[in-house]
Design a binder for this molecule. Structure first.
Ligand code: GLA
Length: 431
């Protein structure tokens, strides 16, 4: 790298985003829980009542979200994915929930979730069938939008299976209009570009005008190879996709799988850090009823969530590849910068990267204040361009920092920073 890449990145940063879908929603990346990656299409409630797709699952998740600090941390949407409906529409052509697994129906479930101060998401498909073979919405966009509104649903994830790719745009736009017509605020999560990419480059201006977030790439799996493939796809398409992200509309790299089985703790930290840098929706797919305390603490880390939800609303870029490290940077409000340094070498022990190798480090002229958030919280104090800091990063782990420029005019302020730093210098893992 990487001067050229960085210059391209900067040019793209100052390009204004296209108009977002004007429904007043998703002004910050959506936060919540979505069942798919962890619970998939488990409909066997006789043999597996605790994990099958049923109203009980969402009610229990909503309970835990309130009791265990998730709601307080910002996680708001409890989302149903595929496999919730009956295989048949009702006599009026409306979708209906499977009566055995959702005896109370979706409206009652929405009331329950709302009584907890949370929101309910549901899933449907732009084509003839959902990906798991349940009825799709093709030919029923207005009916289904109205049904979801009548049930007081707050979010629709609209999949793209079983649809002629040439009609994807029409289908997604029609559903967007149908949702708008109901008069209810329903956040609209699309998979339009994911299904269009195999055929042609999607029109991100139109997508941003239509959807509140959009999946671009393959489904996430509970594995490091899956997470890496998402990083790689995002970085290799960043000049196309990053400019389209901003308040009201976001690129969606799919669910957080933190707290499941396939990622080491370092890898979980890498997913959390990079999802924040990518301004991605934070939709966890895990079992909140049974999650290890370290994963919970990571998912509820207020400093990482603050990066994700930063009001400037700009997605970050990969700005450098050096010595098997990747540097990712996201501009934040108040001229701050979030920096993630990902160690892509998967052999050996922790390796060091001089902080001066970070392209955005130039904001440290004349001075900046540095806070490390991952792998542990550490105030690194006031630094200059000549800083000697070397970040130590575990294999497949990430160091996450915020860098705040300090003007020389504010001598008093930098003195204050120095003072704070000397007090807080010890590792503090309480955040
Ligand atoms: C597709 C989507 C997934 C999930 C499944 C459900 O694969 O990309 O996120 O919704 O369908 O069948």
């Amino acid at each position: 790298m990487c001067r050229a890449v960085f210059v391209v990145a900067l040019v793209a940063l100052i390009r204004p985003a296209a108009e977002a879908l004007d429904n007043g929603l998703a002004l910050k990346p959506t936060m919540g829980w979505l069942h798919w990656e962890r619970f998939m299409c488990n409909t066997d409630c006789d043999r597996d009542p605790d994990n099958c797709i049923s109203e009980r699952l969402y009610m229990q998740m909503a309970d835990v979200m309130v009791k265990e600090g998730w709601k307080e941390a910002g996680y708001e949407y409890v989302c149903i994915d595929d496999c919730w409906p009956s295989h048949q529409r009702d006599a009026q052509g409306r979708l209906q929930a499977d009566p055995k697994r959702f005896p109370g129906g979706i409206k009652k479930l929405a009331d329950y979730v709302h009584s907890k101060g949370l929101k309910l998401g549901i899933y449907a498909d732009v084509g003839k069938n959902t990906c798991a073979g349940y009825p799709g919405s093709l030919g029923y966009y207005e009916t289904d939008a109205q049904t979801f509104a009548d049930w007081d649903v707050d979010l629709l994830k609209f999949d793209g299976c079983f649809m002629d790719w040439k009609s994807l745009g029409d289908g997604y736009m029609s559903m967007s209009k149908a949702l708008n017509k109901t008069g209810r605020s329903i956040l609209y999560s699309c998979e339009w570009p994911l299904y269009e990419w195999p055929f042609q480059q999607p029109n991100y201006t139109a997508i941003r005008e239509t959807c509140n977030h959009w999946r671009n790439f393959d489904d996430v799996y509970d594995s490091w190879s899956s997470i890496k493939s998402i990083f790689d796809w995002t970085a290799s398409h960043q000049d196309i996709i990053v400019p389209s992200a901003g308040p009201g509309g976001w690129n969606d790299p799919d669910m957080l799988v933190i707290g499941n089985f396939g990622l080491s703790h370092d890898q979980q930290e890498s997913q959390m850090a990079l999802w924040a840098i990518m301004a991605a929706p934070l939709l966890m797919s895990n079992d909140l009823r049974d999650i290890c305390p370290r994963s919970k603490k990571l998912l509820q880390n207020r400093l990482i969530i603050a990066i994700s939800q930063d009001p400037l609303g700009k997605q970050g870029y990969r700005t450098a590849k050096v010595d098997s490290f990747e540097v990712w940077e996201r501009p934040l409000s108040k001229n701050q910068l979030a920096v993630a340094v990902l160690n892509r070498q998967e052999i050996g022990g922790p390796r060091g990267l001089a902080i001066r190798a970070v392209p955005g480090w130039k904001i440290c002229d004349p001075q900046c204040n540095v806070t490390q958030i991952l792998p542990q919280y550490k105030e690194m104090g006031v630094q200059t361009q000549q800083s000697k800091i070397v970040l130590s990063v575990n294999p497949s782990g990430t160091a996450l920092l915020t860098v705040t420029p300090v003007s020389k005019d504010f001598k008093g302020l930098s003195k204050l920073h120095r003072k704070n730093t000397s007090v807080k210098r010890k590792h503090n893992t309480s955040l």
